[in-house]
Design a protein around this ligand. Structure first.
Ligand SMILES: C[S@@+](CC[C@H](N)C(=O)[O-])C[C@H]1O[C@@H](n2cnc3c(N)ncnc32)[C@H](O)[C@@H]1O
Length: 421
């Protein structure tokens, strides 16, 4: 596995300029009032480390502004507009930057008819789930973004619905998008405690389940044979790792070039290495499915055989570590299911992102002193968490009055009058 990027704070040089062009600014924030597409055009290239945002969902709410996103007649127009805005987000994002995008879905509730009847084909029919988040995600992927996760924001306090012919919707997708294959992601900041230790697992296996002893024995046997248990009883086992190894496809194209230069074939390599052709071929395959990294001993032989230069010397260096089955000391990867209650409506906004959701995202992707953008900031939940974490915030909203609370907290407007404009 390749190491993620180390994450340098982006946009520090341009921070004064970013603040000077904003409608409201302070030492750690710059707020722009207007349509996102227009406002983002004012931001310098690659000046943002991460984005945490939730745009208006399609056909759900009226934010009472002529330029608002979300009230397009056709979902395709909504997707197109959001993709255009995200093209600007892409430009302002650092190469190792990332964007968390939360979008909810909606049901199509128009009865379109052709000759007095519902159309025979096409999905645009009353009661269809519009799948808007996924239409957006696919369009963004086509536009050049990497989609790294579709995290599930599960809402344990989701409103019960009165529907009787489908399930209540209790979750929304949160996409993790990146600009490059390698990007800043601080997993250590969001690790969660391991829930089981070997001793607990053994006890659980021995005592069995509610179905009785036989089940317990079966479980125990399964556990005793598990690689995890074998590793435990065999003690610390030495394993070889190449933590900085390149992707197999990358190495394969490098090997192919070397092979071409030597005017040799894969069959010749297989023969020299005394390996089956079928196995050797995988080291030269440049497709994700078939490509494999050669093991350390084969790599050494390939180096001699193809007279390879030092490009991959460091990356292919083998480290000897201990037992791979041991739990990570800082906890485990939290997984992509985020169970977070919805936030109550704020005094000035009715679709507020839960602080916990923004906090989770930012802990992972906002580097120290880094910059974060929310192109649909609303009441400024993202901005508040960015401040807690010591970062710099750039917020945009078409409705200036939603920014009131954030501006009061930032000392820009007085809590008594709550007005500056
Ligand atoms: C879902 S809310 C964001 C809520 C925010 N995450 C919070 O915690 O308060 C979406 C916001 O997008 C804003 N908005 C709508 N159309 C916009 C546009 N074209 N450009 C910028 N902001 C827009 C709305 O005014 C609204 O505040």
């Amino acid at each position: 596995m390749r190491k993620p990027s180390s994450g340098q704070p982006a946009g520090l040089d341009a921070w004064d300029e970013t603040r000077s062009l904003a409608t409201h600014a302070g030492p750690d924030f710059a707020l722009y009032v207007g349509d996102s597409l227009d406002c983002l055009a004012k931001l310098p290239d690659e000046s943002i480390n991460t984005v945490v945002t939730s745009p208006p969902y399609w056909a759900v709410r009226d934010y009472e502004h002529d330029e608002q996103l979300g009230l397009e007649d056709e979902v395709d127009d909504y997707v197109e507009r959001l993709v255009k805005i995200f093209r600007e987000v892409y430009r302002v994002l650092a190469t190792d930057g990332s964007a968390w995008l939360n979008i909810g879905d909606s049901y199509f509730n128009k009865q379109i008819t052709v000759g007095g009847k519902p159309p025979r084909t096409g999905w645009k029919r009353n009661k269809q789930l519009s799948l808007v988040p996924f239409r957006v995600a696919l369009a963004l992927q086509d536009d050049g973004w990497w989609i790294r996760n579709v995290a599930v924001w599960h809402k344990p306090n989701a409103m019960p619905a009165s529907v009787r012919d489908r399930l209540t919707v209790t979750w929304e997708p949160v996409f993790l998008l990146t600009k490059s294959e390698r990007y800043y992601f601080n997993l250590d900041e969001i690790r969660v405690p391991h829930q089981t230790s070997d001793a607990i697992e053994r006890r659980r296996a021995e005592s069995g389940t509610v179905t009785g002893k036989a089940q317990g024995k079966k479980e125990l046997r399964k556990w005793l044979n598990s690689p995890r248990h074998r590793a435990t009883i065999e003690g610390i086992k030495e394993v070889e790792r190449r933590p900085n190894a390149p992707a197999a496809v990358e190495l394969a194209s490098y090997l192919r070039t070397a092979l071409k230069e030597k005017k040799r074939s894969i069959a010749w390599v297989a023969e020299q290495l005394d390996l089956p052709f079928e196995r050797t071929r995988h080291y030269f395959r440049t497709d994700e499915i078939g490509s494999r990294l050669p093991p350390p001993e084969v790599w050494e032989q390939l180096k001699d055989l193809l007279e390879l230069d030092a490009t991959y010397d460091e990356a292919m260096t083998v480290e000897v570590g201990d037992n791979v089955f041991r739990n990570h000391p800082n906890g485990k990867n939290p997984g992509d299911l985020l169970s977070i209650p919805t936030a109550p409506s704020g005094a000035n906004h009715f679709a507020v992102m839960p602080r916990k959701l923004a906090h989770f995202a930012l802990k992972a992707t906002l580097p120290m002193n880094g910059s974060c953008l929310d192109p649909f900031m609303g009441s400024g939940t993202t901005g508040r968490v960015v401040r807690e974490l010591g970062g710099r915030f750039v917020g945009v909203d078409v409705n200036e009055h939603y920014m009131t609370d954030y501006l009061v907290e930032s000392g820009v407007i007085s809590p008594e009058t709550e007005t500056l404009w």
